[in-house]
Design a protein around this ligand. Structure first.
Ligand code: URA
Length: 444
């Protein structure tokens, strides 16, 4: 009997839950090669909009996530013989956490076979950042990937089309039908890929604020709850940390620029707030993987940075992925932009706002991200902040330096940044980067 997609659209439109068979049939139709079984884009789009407007129940979301996970290859890591961890950010500006956390975790004895993506909209992607390292490839054959994880403790590959392929189709439709911002759909999209990647311990960095998909804490908490439920249903250990994206993370935004900042942190320099954040996140993951109490894991993570062992793991990974490992010693080997311009404060006071969405969009205008899917990116482009949330500044002090290939790009970004930084007469309250933490182990 032919799959009744109209019935699925009708039920979701009226807020009536779909059965498990309906959801699995729908996901099968998303990737079906046979035209008689494939569900056309217009029906999928109608259903996605119905989900956006009416939502899904927790059970429907869990079934959708599992069906999307099973739409392609699932990975297994028993051969590593040790704890296998993963970390996922829901997307932010200046978020180079993976480049710092993964070598720390590897240096502390856990494995991180990491599948990552490219930048999306105004948010950056780990693959674009790593590919700014001369020679580095993220298209690794499975054997090479495994052997590098065994040697270096981690490797970072581009997510292949075989992993949760239903998400690839649905995500592309959501992108052009204004249906990205649905919490159940975001949960299914992220968790289908995470579960297919096969880690035992998953740390979710749920960004919240102006530069994130989740603009407020209530939505971020709801997304966390759903993702933790999906992980638990699949027998995975998962923690979600809500982290601030009302301001960029760290001081550098852009691909080679973020690699620079990550290396600086692993050399015990860089932005102290970013360094402490990455050590906190690494400690969280190590504690989940059974490496000790949170405090003991924090000390291990801090020692891995202070001793240079984490930097050595980054160097091994870069070399294993055919990049120039000398960048870990000599940052001038990374690509840089041809033009730069300093952007200054027009009044004195305290920085009380750093709109990360506007700053992310400006970095795209500078060439650090893509306006359209096929656009090339400029690895050297981006922004280096000279002041951050809470800094005291005088009129005329530098707030940031913009880097791009042309003066026209600097003009466009400078124009778009006019309202990105708020300078006020009084100092703002301290704003911790970690806003909340939820553990899947506490779900009832
Ligand atoms: N990242 C994803 O992979 N999927 C979403 O839906 C949103 C962010």
């Amino acid at each position: 009997m032919r799959f009744d997609m109209k019935e699925c659209i009708r039920r979701t439109k009226h807020g009536q839950p779909l059965t498990k068979a309906q959801i699995t049939g729908l996901v099968r139709g998303v990737t079906a090669k046979n035209p008689a079984e494939a569900i056309p884009d217009y029906q999928l789009s109608a259903w996605l909009m119905a989900v956006c407007l009416r939502g899904l129940t927790d059970d429907e979301t869990a079934v959708l996530t599992a069906a999307m996970r099973d739409s392609g290859q699932t990975m297994h890591w028993e051969m590593l013989g040790g704890p296998v961890c993963d970390k996922h950010s829901t997307g932010g500006v200046g978020d180079k956490t993976t480049l710092i956390l993964a070598p720390i975790a590897a240096a502390c004895g856990v494995y991180m076979p990491k599948m990552s993506g490219r930048g999306l909209g105004h948010t950056g992607g780990t693959i674009d950042k790593l590919e700014s390292i001369p020679g580095l490839t993220t298209a690794l054959e499975p054997d090479a990937f495994l052997s590098l994880v065994q040697r270096a403790g981690f490797a970072v590959a581009m997510q292949t089309g075989d992993l949760a392929p239903a998400d690839k189709v649905l995500y592309a439709l959501r992108d052009v039908t204004e249906t990205v911002d649905s919490i159940p759909l975001i949960c299914a999209s992220i968790m289908s890929k995470k579960l297919a990647t096969g880690a035992d311990h998953i740390l979710l960095d749920v960004k919240v604020g102006s530069g994130a998909f989740m603009k407020n804490d209530a939505d971020a908490a709801e997304l966390s709850r759903l993702m933790l439920t999906a992980a638990k249903a699949d027998g995975r250990d998962c923690t979600a940390v809500l982290t601030d994206m009302d301001r960029p993370l760290g001081m550098y935004i852009g691909n080679a620029l973020e690699v620079q900042e990550a290396i600086a942190v692993l050399r015990s320099g860089g932005d102290p707030e970013l360094r402490e954040f990455c050590i906190d996140m690494a400690a969280e993951l190590l504690a989940m993987a059974g490496k000790g109490t949170y405090e003991a894991c924090r000390s291990q993570a801090a020692e891995a940075v202070a001793s240079g062992r984490a930097l050595e793991h980054l160097r091994m990974m870069i070399e294993g992925q055919h990049g120039d490992p000398r960048v870990t010693e000599d940052l001038s080997l990374l690509p840089s932009a041809r033009c730069s311009r300093v952007f200054c404060a027009d009044r004195s006071g305290w920085v009380t706002g750093m709109d990360s969405e506007q700053i992310g969009r400006a970095s795209v205008l500078l060439g650090a991200g893509r306006m359209q899917k096929k656009d090339p990116i400029d690895p050297g482009a981006g922004i280096v902040l000279a002041a951050k949330y809470g800094s005291a500044v005088q009129a005329g002090d530098p707030l940031m330096t913009l880097y791009a290939d042309t003066e026209a790009m600097l003009d466009a970004a400078e124009h778009s940044l006019r309202t990105a930084v708020t300078v006020s007469e009084t100092a703002p309250p301290a704003q911790p980067l970690i806003r909340a933490k939820y553990s899947g182990r506490e779900l009832t």
